[in-house]
Each structure stands twice: as C-alpha cells, then as structure tokens.
Write a protein that binds this ligand. Structure first.
Ligand SMILES: Cc1ncc(COP(=O)(O)O)c(C=O)c1O
Length: 401
C-alpha cells in the first residue's frame, strides 16, 4: 500500500481518534474542527445580540458561503441559492415550475425520497411521474446489480416523451453508488428541450460535476461537503431560474435589507440572482459551518484532487479483494464500474443479507462505520482516508483482522 497517497485532508483536521474508521460520509460527513470553531465563535456573538454586526456576522456569512460553494462547484456565485437541504432545493423547483395539466417528469427507478416525493406530489396539479429502470434487471423480482458498460443515460433520454418537461436524477445514487454522466444527460436533455434537475448530494464534495445543460442542481451540505445538517446549496441556470416562482422574501430583494428602517423602493421585488429563491433568515450557524468546510475542500485541491484520491483508494481496496475467491466477482464488477467512470465515492457491494449482517456486526468490533441500503453494503471513501484505512477495511472484509 506504500504507493497510496497520504490523506488529502489531514486526520488532525477532524476529531477522529486512531481506531475510528469512518466510511459513512454517504450517511453523514464528519464536521472538521475548524468548522466547529467557526460555529462556536458565531455562537458567542449570539449570546450578546448587541454585539452582532449585521454585515459581518450575518450577510457576509451568507455571501461567503455562496462564494466558496460556487468555487468548489465551478460555477458563478450569482447562481447559488442557500437552501436548508437537498429536498428544499428540489421542492423550490418542483413547486415553482410553471406546470401545465398533463406535463410529465421522468425519474430513474429507485430514487431517494428527496428526489421522488416532491415530483409525485405534483399529481394534484395534473403532472405525471414516470420511473425509468436504468439497466437490464434493475426492476426484476431478483434484482441485478449494475455492471460497467450499461447505458443508463441512454435509457433515460430514450424515455423522453412529448409531454416530458423535467428529468430529475440523482447524480450519484444512494444505494448502488452509480454515478450518471451529467454531461451526456445535460446535452441530451437540452437537445430535446427538457430541463435536467439534479439531486447532487451523494457526489458533491467528492466528484467533479458538469453543469453544461443542467437546469438545477441541489445538494445538502452534511455528507461529502462536511457541513452540518440543515444547510445546503441550490444552483440554477439563470434563464431557468426566471421561469420559477420566486419563493424569496425580505432577504431576496435586489438591494440588501436596510436595518435603518426604510426599505429602498424598487420596481423589482426580487433579485435576479440566486437569492430570489431563498427563504427568510437562514441558520447562520450552519452557514458558517458549511462555508468553513468548503474552504478546506477548496484548499486541499478541490473536487478534481479529491476524486483522483478517492478512485486510487477504491482501486487499491478492490485489488486486495480480487485476490480472494469469495470476493473476486464483486471486486471485478465494482472495479470495472470505477474504470468506466460510472461510480461515485461509495463502493456498494451487492451481498446476501446474511453476509452483510455478519459484516455489520464485525465492523463494530473493528471501529469501522459502514451502512447498508437496499441490499448494498456501502463503503465510502473521502479525503481523510489513506493507506491505513484501505488496509483496515480489507482486513475486515477478508476476515483477517
Ligand atoms: C440521494 C440522496 N438525496 C437526498 C438525501 C437527503 O436529503 P436532504 O438533504 O433533503 O436531507 C440523501 C440522504 O441520504 C440522499 O442519499
């Protein structure tokens, strides 16, 4: 394992004692110490509201979050809206889009409820939802795991019909770990006059996203982005944003709200930028935490460096497993997906329930945190992992620890 890179995010940046192996950022990312300190500092000012400075301690915290969020994602900050979570970002689109009776939304089969229920709720407005299997056997009674060479983007694009207005997909899927090619989907959707809306939470902070042809991208901040629950980001294409109902109120005006008591009079009620979709007062503590975490991710080289690092860790683990007859087939399936650029940061092993349950039981004894979803055992790599984590994980899975 000596050829493996050392962690991109030093372990000391986290409150992560030796013997703790956190492979579960697909569930919850750890908050870096620096972000906890940023929250504490702001909390101190909340104890004394007479010391809170409107610009520095409130508006600037939000501005810096939009700025660093845009830097990390590789977009412009004017297109970022602060939202509480992935769901609220997707709801802003689902509720704000100018639907007509009979319009249709396409979804991949097996989406997380955040990217399913907001669209199903539109049935009351006469909008239909259609769920599309992404690979052969996905929907069969005994479901088949995804394999390299499948073409989920093609299946989705071929499913577009005359009434399809929006295609809403998870960039990276929460259970099987499949990453869709946003560039391919974005191009195809644009050619067909369909808006591509993305649930980005399982990829944000660990993979490089393409925004070409995407109309909206929503992510919570508490997984790969290492923030707290309750703060996320919504990116919208400027022209698409103008089609949505502006949900913003007093913080969404073209000019900053005046604490002088007199509001500036403007014909424009809402700013044209991302603020037009922001609700009222955000959780400023969660904004500060997320801004601090994103700064660390940018400092360590951003998502391109993180993605390279993660892929090298994934391939190292899979090559260890490939040497064991019990794991060889699953390791080969996942390695082919990694090489085909079709996975996010999570390796999702399709295992019989009894084997997963047994592994979950022994994981605890080894200080390993992992999780299962829909029959997949999930091992998620991030910037703080290195050779030791790969060794430990291999020893646990192979039963040699
Ligand atoms: C694909 C996906 N979308 C959304 C969420 C969470 O949504 P929210 O940020 O609204 O809590 C999860 C959490 O597990 C997820 O895996």
């Amino acid at each position: 394992m000596s050829h493996l890179p050392s962690p991109l995010l030093p372990r000391e940046w986290f409150d992560m004692p030796a013997g703790v192996y956190w492979f579960s950022h697909c569930k919850d990312g750890p908050l870096p110490r620096a972000s906890a300190a940023a929250v504490r500092a702001l909390m101190e000012t909340e104890l004394r509201p007479w010391e809170v400075r409107w610009s520095e301690d409130f508006l600037d915290v939000q501005r810096s979050l939009r700025q660093v969020g845009a830097t990390l994602l590789g977009v412009v900050e004017q297109d970022i809206s602060l939202v509480t979570c992935t769901s609220s970002g997707l709801e802003a689109v689902a509720l704000g889009y100018p639907w007509q009776d009979g319009d249709e939304v396409l979804l991949p089969l097996g989406e997380f409820p955040s990217n399913r229920l907001p669209w199903l709720a539109l049935a009351r407005r006469g909008v239909d939802c259609r769920e599309v299997p992404l690979w052969e056997g996905q929907a069969a009674p005994v479901t088949a795991a995804p394999v390299a060479g499948m073409t989920p983007e093609q299946r989705l694009l071929e499913a577009i019909g005359p009434r399809t207005r929006i295609m809403a997909v998870s960039w990276v899927r929460y259970q099987d770990g499949v990453r869709l090619d946003l560039e391919k989907l974005g191009r195809g959707c644009r050619e067909r006059g369909v808006h591509l809306v993305v649930d980005g939470i399982q990829g944000a902070g660990t993979m490089v996203a393409s925004f070409e042809g995407v109309s909206a991208f929503a992510t919570g901040g508490h997984k790969g982005l290492l923030g707290l629950q309750g703060q996320g980001l919504l990116w919208t294409d400027p022209a698409f944003r103008q089609q949505l109902l502006p949900l913003g109120t007093w913080l969404s005006a073209p000019d900053d709200f005046s604490q002088g008591g007199t509001q500036s009079q403007s014909d424009e009620l809402w700013a044209a930028d991302g603020r037009r979709l922001e609700a009222g007062s955000p959780s400023i503590l969660s904004c500060a935490a997320l801004a601090s975490s994103l700064r660390l991710l940018v400092e360590c080289g951003g998502t391109a460096a993180l993605q390279r690092h993660i892929v090298s860790l994934q391939r190292a683990l899979l090559s260890r497993l490939a040497q064991d007859a019990r794991w060889a087939a699953e390791a080969a399936r996942l390695d082919a997906l990694v090489r085909a650029d079709q996975l996010g940061s999570t390796l999702s092993f399709a295992l019989p329930t009894r084997q997963s349950d047994e592994l979950l039981r022994t994981a605890q004894m080894h200080g390993i945190s992992t999780s299962t979803r829909e029959g997949y055992l999930r091992i998620a790599f991030h910037g703080w992992h290195g050779a030791t984590d790969v060794e430990r994980c291999a020893a646990w899975l192979l039963g040699t620890a």
